[in-house]
Design a protein around this ligand. Sequence first.
Ligand code: AMP
Ligand code: MG
Length: 405
Amino acid sequence: MISYEQARNLVMERARVLGKEEVVLAGALGRVAAAEIRSKIPVPPFRNSAVDGYAIRSEDTAGQAGPVRLKLQAEQPAGEYFRKRLSRGQTVKVMTGAPVPAGADSVVPVEEAEEKDGVIFIKHEFKAGENVREAGEDVKKGQVIIAAGTVLRAPHLGLLAACGVSRVKVYRRPKVAVLITGNELCRPGEKLVPGKIYDSNSIILEALLETSPAELVALRQVKDDFKSLTAALRAATGKADVIITSGGVSVGDYDLVKEAAKKLGAEEVFWKVAQKPAKPLAFYQLKKGKQAAWLFGLPGNPGAVIISFEEYVRPFIKKLSGWQDYWPQEVEAVLTVPYRKKRGRLNFVRVRLEQVEGTWRATPAGQQESGIISSLAETDGLALIPAEADFLPEGARVRVHLVEW
Ligand code: AMP
Ligand code: MG
């Protein structure tokens, strides 16, 4: 059986970006820029006023004893352009964002001026540049505004919009198909008959994929039957880059995912990892013309599904989508209680985290068995208890992966 570290490396070394596509800004949130972007214009594009006020020549207010009187020439709302040059003794009323006319070099806020019959009184001196936003002071023409590899967030999209960019080249997101196995499953809303349980993995995986850079192209329930499963897997391979199966990958009589994958000529990268939960995790490469499709066979217990998604599937999907920072975020924490386990498998322990005087403290969040769902809802992170450990005392330092679910 391979270790968690080996399994993680085997998965991640196979992740290659999928290619590029151009998308409109509205569809670019969370996508990764595939090329550097430079601005074709300066931002702001012209010198403009930072306040509602009066554009003046600062020299008109220099060294004056009493209030200065300036003659109001025009009013300029944002979006319009005053073409004449401001001469000595003149002023133009400007709104925030309106161009500052040629000749003017300073803006007096309305609150600091008085207006009477077309004359503006200014009580003190103003310096050149006051309340004026220079053309290009935010972004210079030709400046790099987005580096290749940037994950595009609200401010990046705003910056692109300000520079007039409407489309952006990003890495393609993987298409993901989900196959849920298990004859015991019925859907929430249906009547629960003896022997059946409600399917929680469908919605768990749908929700996890919703917050990862992937496109869900199919989500199907499949019977534990070799033919159905093989057919479903073949169809999924045709339309997805990544296939996630839930259940049917263990050693039970109806655990048929591996056989079905083999039937389709898949290459087993690994099956079984020295970890708890999700020991029977399987990872396969499927043939798909010249390309590859990838199969994560997740054990059916919901704890195993959600934890293997965070540890393997989400980082893999991120890397396929061009993310450079794909590993789970990690903090170091101290255990608030001792932890006992068998040697041999790394344990992912669901913990609650709190910070006390700069130190993260990790407390196990309830029951840890892989079939338990309730404690997942109380989990801030997964503490990684090393395979070789059998006892960690209270206060022991552990690595904790913050969960993104
Ligand atoms: P399996 O990996 O198919 O052997 O399933 C392991 C355990 O997970 C069994 O107790 C299943 O009933 C349970 N299980 C499998 N699939 C689901 C699901 N979609 N929702 C909830 N529990 C499931
Ligand atoms: Mg099953």
